[in-house]
Design a protein. Structure first.
Ligand code: FE
Length: 232
């Protein structure tokens, strides 16, 4: 593995240099102790573009192949892993408890690699709605959700989600009752959060495999509430 590969895997690309997040954290961790600090100062995008151009030019890969790989990672591999975790939590109470207690350990029973970052799962309830952001760049649970959507990386989402989460959620179509508490989790290079959505009504008869189909990426970021499933 080359150094560039290493950089790419360890970090979420784009902007870097997690110093202090401008907003509060719900947990204690000190970005100053990030072992990757300093290694991440360079923007990897020009290198990635140059590498892609070279590979295409040499006929080693096609742009179609790259697009296909990205699509696969985005639409199939990533969110499916998260959906499998959610579906199991909905159907296996002991797993759900382990997941909320120690997500890294609980997820280890799946056949995919959760990655080097510490994962925490936050459970939605009628009383509390959780949502995930990275205020400084685009930290995201890649192994569970695939590639982050473009909006997740925008300055508007990153700043507004912590400042006015209800307004942002409303724009995503999530209307919360006034007495539902909103908790926004600021991801970092060390901790990646995933939301455990509420199991929607109408899914009582579904098994774990069927439930996977109900779970969406956005629900696991916390910007969507899963609608009830009606018998059609
Ligand atoms: Fe980040």
């Amino acid at each position: 593995m080359t150094h560039d590969d290493h950089d790419h895997e360890e970090h979420d690309g784009y902007e870097h240099g997690h110093g202090d997040h401008p907003y509060g954290h719900d947990h204690d961790h000190d970005h100053a102790h990030d072992p990757h600090e300093g290694v991440t100062a360079d923007d990897p995008r020009p290198r990635a573009r140059a590498l892609q151009s070279l590979l295409v030019e040499k006929g080693l890969v096609s742009t179609d192949a790259i697009d296909e790989a990205i699509t696969a990672y985005e639409q199939e591999i990533g969110p499916l892993n998260g959906a499998r975790v959610v579906a199991r939590a909905w159907t296996d109470e002991a797993f759900r408890e382990r997941l909320l207690e120690d997500a890294d350990d609980a997820i280890a029973e799946f056949d995919f690699d959760v990655g080097v970052q510490h994962v925490e799962v936050k459970e939605n309830s009628p009383q509390r709605h959780n949502a995930v952001v990275c205020t400084l760049c685009s930290c995201y649970p890649w192994s569970l959700l695939g590639l982050p959507p473009t909006w997740y990386k925008t300055p508007a989402y990153r700043s507004r989600m912590v400042r006015e989460p209800r307004a942002v959620l409303s724009e995503f179509g999530v209307e919360l009752d006034d007495d539902t508490e909103v908790q926004v989790w600021d991801s970092s290079s060390e901790i990646r959060y995933m939301v455990l959505p509420q199991r929607p009504p109408g899914t009582e008869g579904m098994d774990e495999e069927e439930l996977r189909e109900v779970v969406t990426r956005d629900a696991m970021i916390g910007v969507e509430r899963l609608e009830g499933v009606s018998d059609a």
